[in-house]
Design a protein around this ligand. Structure first.
Ligand code: ADP
Ligand code: MG
Length: 696
């Protein structure tokens, strides 16, 4: 294998490759486009396309594809070969500037939430020059945005880029007040990706896993995760071979995969790359998820990215580490001098304000059918948004709120009393895993994001909300005489921190007491997707998107509708699968076993073995009760499900799914799982949790 550093990024048309392959003047123009968003003229585009093609073909590529993220969240691509036939039966290769910059795609088969008028099916993919092209499976992939004929965003990337622009503009206004004028302010993101890895043959025998990505049935294993022997444990050879393969492919794609380890649950693992600019981090995370699935298949494994594949065992999430930086500094780093401390406090205040004002929107941004099972259970944060700052920073923030911090008029320095900000150490308490939004050293960690999610949504909301808070600060402070700035800034922070104090919480997010207190504090508690999604289009949130130029009302509504429809469809699939499996897989087997026990009883009775007879009779009674209960639960679920299906209004339907159908599914599951405990093992028709979780 080539040297690690040589292997890195070999499949990426990076800045370095661009310099090598493009004429100087073309490179300069392209760099301007990348840095400042200036449109490319066709001559330049033609030259870039030609160079890209030559480079790609040298690396074995035969096709190109516009790679984009429709509202389904996963990535899409359509491959076109470079090949063009000549009249004489020979062929040549071609990739034009036009084909690089813009593609046309039938938008009607992608979710569009009614945005695209039926008479206009065309959608366009447009090159996002800020994200580098790469080769995947012999295809040159061009990262693109996807929009409708009339220019509305039909994808996840467009609003993400808009939110980054909003944040850049407002953060620069704030920094200007501190006498700083960086070229660019960008969110930096590192996503820790959790996943399960199980044997392919076990997976194939579980229709629920194959169809829905999670187990709809399954009694708790005799041994779960209580011994905590898996976390950071030695990685078994099967898994290790998989991880090596995965790393190798990710490195070639220029994805700086850094950390890999076993997670708490059996068969659960995590991968984290080094953080990068948000736009790239999102693309990278999508590629990581895709590669995780594909490479597993080569190792006779299956990678489960569902948020809750196994009930009663930790689910999978994505810890979305987010910070804000210029080329020179991380704006969420407290810094070494009092002036830097004040700047840090201003940005910290903006994040606190943003999360409190838009807690409902952040919750909505992570809402999905799968995440409903995870939030609030087994180490995942609850559905109530709150911020954890750690002991030291909480102390500082409280001092500021209480007006105990001041700016010395004579020295212009920030006096925080006994507390010295620059020495903020990693607070051990940041291991409080019940906090959905935790400050960890010099970044915030948003932990409510689901493992299967496209992280664009959560980051787009976060960027936009923080951009607005920074705008308000700049609006209020611009024009302040230089001599008063520090004092006024601190006053502003004190006032705004006080106004949003309720979002700060350091305790146990699972406790009953917190649920009660959160309600008293007026915090949102949106337990399911059905409650959370409508917040995406609440008037105050539509106003935020519109004001910051991130989503028009039509675009926001379209996103809400697509997510709602997806939730309803998934619930429909799960309920259908459950009823079918209960009827066709579990009940016949349980009945067959009951029949066997009944027949055995006759034999035993004839033999006069009284003692054995009693225990077999008890088992038979239990089996009969179980079958009756399963029958009853199937009937109830079936009926509720049919009623839900008949509801035309998507929101009303989601509510019925969440509050009527889901509990009926849980009842049916409990009835079947109870039988798993008493039916003879060789009768049970599918691999159990024990079989799946401990045999990789
Ligand atoms: P943990 O202790 O939670 O495992 P790590 O320090 O290992 O945290 O980092 C987890 C992720 O956070 C990695 O992807 C890492 O690159 C990323 N990260 C570290 N610093 C920052 C930062 N300043 N901004 C954004 N992400 C960061
Ligand atoms: Mg972490």
């Amino acid at each position: 294998m080539a040297d690690l550093t040589e292997r890195f990024g070999t499949m990426v048309f990076s800045e370095d490759e661009m310099k090598r392959w493009l004429p100087k003047d073309v490179y300069k123009k392209l760099a301007k486009t990348i840095e400042e968003g200036e449109p490319l003229d066709l001559d330049v585009a033609n030259a870039v396309a030609h160079a890209m093609k030559e480079w790609a073909m040298l690396h074995g590529a035969t096709h190109y594809a516009h790679w984009f993220q429709p509202l389904s969240g996963i990535t899409s691509e359509k491959h076109d070969s470079f090949l063009e036939p000549n009249q004489d039966g020979t062929a040549f290769t071609k990739f034009s500037g036009k084909a690089l910059i813009k593609g046309e795609s039938d938008a009607s088969s992608f979710p569009n939430g009614g945005l695209r008028a039926t008479f206009e099916a065309r959608g366009y993919t447009v090159w996002d020059a800020t994200s580098p092209a790469f080769i995947k499976d012999d295809v040159l992939c061009i990262p693109t945005a996807f929009c409708s004929y009339t220019g509305e965003a039909l994808d996840k990337k467009t609003p993400l880029l808009r939110s980054m622009t909003a944040l850049d503009v407002q953060a620069k206004r704030v920094l200007a007040l501190f006498g700083k004028h960086p070229k660019k302010v960008v969110p930096n993101v590192g996503d820790e990706q959790e996943y399960f890895l199980i044997k392919k043959d076990a997976y194939r025998k579980r229709r629920d896993l194959v169809i829905t990505g999670r187990t709809l049935f399954g009694a708790a294993p005799a041994k779960g995760q209580e011994l905590e022997e898996h976390y950071f444990g030695a990685i078994r050879p099967t898994v290790s071979a998989y991880m090596k393969d995965l790393d190798d492919e990710l490195w070639a794609l220029g994805i700086p995969s850094k950390t890999k380890h076993n997670e708490v649950a059996p068969c659960q693992h995590e991968l984290a790359p080094v953080y990068s600019e948000l736009n790239e981090a999102v693309d990278n995370n999508l590629l990581i998820m895709e590669k995780m699935k594909l490479i597993a298949s080569r190792h006779d494994l299956v990678c489960l990215l569902h948020e809750k594949p196994f009930e009663g065992i930790n689910g999978s999430g994505k810890h979305n580490n987010w910070s804000l930086g210029t080329a020179d500094e991380n704006l969420l780093d407290p810094g070494d001098t009092p002036e830097e401390n004040l700047q840090f406090i201003v940005f910290l205040t903006a994040v606190i304000e943003a999360v409190d004002k838009y807690q409902d929107l952040l919750r909505a941004s992570v809402a999905s059918c799968g995440n409903d099972h995870r939030l609030g259970a087994d180490e995942a944060p609850p559905a109530i948004m709150s911020i954890f700052l750690g002991d030291q920073l909480t102390e500082v923030v409280e001092m500021i709120m209480d007006g105990e911090a001041s700016v010395h008029a004579t020295t212009d320095t920030l006096d925080l009393g006994a507390v010295v900000l620059p020495n903020l150490e990693q607070d051990n308490t940041d291991r409080n895993r019940t906090s959905p939004f935790a400050f960890t050293n010099n970044k915030f960690e948003f932990r409510a994001v689901g493992s299967e999610a496209n992280v664009s949504d959560a980051n787009m909301v976060l960027d936009t909300a923080v951009a607005q808070a920074l705008r308000d600060f700049a609006d209020a402070l611009e024009g302040t005489p230089a001599g008063d700035f520090q004092e006024k800034a601190l006053e502003y922070c004190a006032e705004h921190l006080r106004a949003h104090r309720r979002i700060l919480f350091s305790g146990d997010g699972y406790s009953e007491a917190w649920h009660k207190e959160a309600e008293e504090r007026g915090l949102f508690n949106l337990p399911t997707t059905a409650e959370a999604l409508p917040q995406f289009v609440a008037p105050k949130n539509l106003a935020l998107f519109a004001e910051m130029g991130v989503l028009t009302e039509a675009e926001a509504v379209c996103r809400y509708e697509v997510k709602l429809e997806k939730y309803n469809k998934l619930m429909n699939i799960e309920a259908t699968t459950m009823v079918r499996e209960a009827r066709r897989t579990y009940r016949p087997v349980i009945t067959a076993y009951a029949t066997k026990v009944a027949k055995g009883l006759e034999t035993i009775r004839a033999a006069g073995a009284e003692a054995v007879m009693q225990c077999e009779q008890d088992t038979l009674n239990e089996l009969c009760c179980g079958i009756t209960q399963i029958n009853y639960c199937i009937k109830v679920l079936d009926e509720l499900h049919k009623n839900a299906e008949a509801i035309v209004d998507g929101q009303a339907q989601a509510e019925v799914y969440a509050h009527k159908v889901a509990p009926a599914m849980a009842e049916l599951r409990a009835a079947v799982d109870a039988m798993e405990e008493i039916v003879a093992a060789d009768y049970w028709p599918v691999p159990t949790y024990d079989d799946i979780l401990f045999y990789v």
